[in-house]
Design a protein around this ligand. Structure first.
Ligand SMILES: NC(=O)c1ccc[n+]([C@@H]2O[C@H](COP(=O)([O-])OP(=O)(O)OC[C@H]3O[C@@H](n4cnc5c(N)ncnc54)[C@H](O)[C@@H]3O)[C@@H](O)[C@H]2O)c1
Ligand SMILES: [Zn+2]
Length: 323
């Protein structure tokens, strides 16, 4: 069973699983099927070999007013799903988790080694000092790749609800002997990415600007790093994760990333070039909650799942610019 099967990623996941010969039962609020409906799950789950849980309320989660919704769909919805899986003896879960559970990226100071910067100060941002500073000497920190055992630091309601999903799934695994593969997606992009919603990813926002003939507006100095991973690679990771080597009773997490970090500015330039302009505008604006760099280590997924992204940045953005 795939939850969120009518969504951006869930749609690609369903397609990939079907192409691999699996029988997919989809569930999505867009088709009137709510993951919080225990009675509905009792009709859909019997016979299922595994659950791939993509359904969620996504977005930034910056408004306190949205807290109840994030908790209801992401936290309570996952709890209802896990309880139903236990009733029906389904022992495998692939969970769509997120890089947002980490909060900030990982950094080091040339002098002082690994460092965990606090939130960036307004007076630094105002002066265009976007890189976080070493808490000991004040020098700009250098980014390093984030690994799955980095401490969790969810910084908004969405992030907290995604981390809660992992915790509840781990509880379920321990109690039932089930196995959970938690896939921490980085910035997913590709065909059928939602456009022009308050929750759209930055790639979709830039593309919408270009479609309207406007320059994509890039915040800060455009050098902030992200890992853009193609949705078909993410779908393939989900297929692989159905057979992930997780011991019974445990949850194991993997970054799902391309392994080739790019700046937000590079991404805007690639999309603008493919669409014939206009080129990006680097605005120097900032948003207080934004992370400077978040770069994934793809090593654990490669070593343990045999997962490596196949869609390269240039080819992927080229296709995306026109899709
Ligand atoms: N897009 C990204 O870059 C990204 C990054 C990290 C993690 N994720 C995670 O991936 C998953 C899929 O995200 P997406 O980008 O495809 O978003 P999406 O909004 O396109 O898909 C989510 C789907 O879940 C469905 N849904 C919402 N509430 C539901 C409910 N109560 N019952 C049943 N279905 C419900 C929605 O109708 C939607 O079709 C989410 O769990 C999200 O947290 C996405
Ligand atoms: Zn230092």
């Amino acid at each position: 069973m795939v939850t969120g099967s009518a969504g951006f990623i869930g749609g690609h996941v369903s397609q990939t699983l079907r192409a691999a010969g699996l029988d997919v039962v989809g569930l999505d609020l867009r088709h009137g099927a709510d993951v919080r409906d225990a009675a509905l799950l009792d009709t859909l789950l019997p016979g299922a070999g595994a659950v791939v849980h993509q359904a969620a309320k996504v977005g930034l989660g910056v408004h306190v007013a949205d807290l109840p919704d994030y908790a209801s769909v992401n936290v309570y919805g996952t709890a209802v799903l896990l309880a139903a899986m236990a009733r029906h003896g389904i022992a495998r879960l692939v969970l769509a988790s997120s890089m947002v559970v980490y909060g900030e990226g990982r950094y080091a100071c040339a002098m002082h080694g690994q460092a965990r910067p606090g939130p960036r100060a307004v007076h630094d941002l105002e002066r265009g000092r976007f890189d976080p500073a070493c808490p000991r000497c004040g020098e700009p920190l250098l980014w390093t790749a984030i690994e799955e055992d980095a401490p969790a630091d969810p910084r908004n309601a969405y992030a907290s609800s995604k981390l809660a999903q992992e915790h509840l799934a781990a509880n379920w695994a321990r109690e039932t002997g089930g196995r959970v593969a938690a896939l921490r997606y980085h910035n997913v992009y590709g065909p059928r990415m939602p456009r022009d919603t308050p929750y759209a990813g930055v790639a979709a926002i830039f593309r919408s600007e270009l479609e309207a003939g406007r320059a994509p507006k890039v915040f800060e100095d455009g050098r902030q790093l992200r890992d853009f991973v193609h949705v078909r690679d993410v779908a393939r990771a989900n297929l692989t994760a159905l057979a992930a080597p997780v011991p019974p009773g445990e949850l194991r997490a993997w970054n799902i990333a391309s392994g080739t970090p790019r700046t937000v500015g590079e991404m805007a330039r690639a999309l603008a070039a493919e669409r014939g302009g206009p080129g990006p505008l680097i605005t120097g604006e900032y948003r207080l909650g934004d992370v400077r760099h978040i770069v994934a280590s793809p090593g654990r997924a490669a070593a343990e799942l045999g997962f490596r992204a196949e869609v390269g940045f240039e080819a992927g953005m080229k296709e995306f610019a026109r899709s």
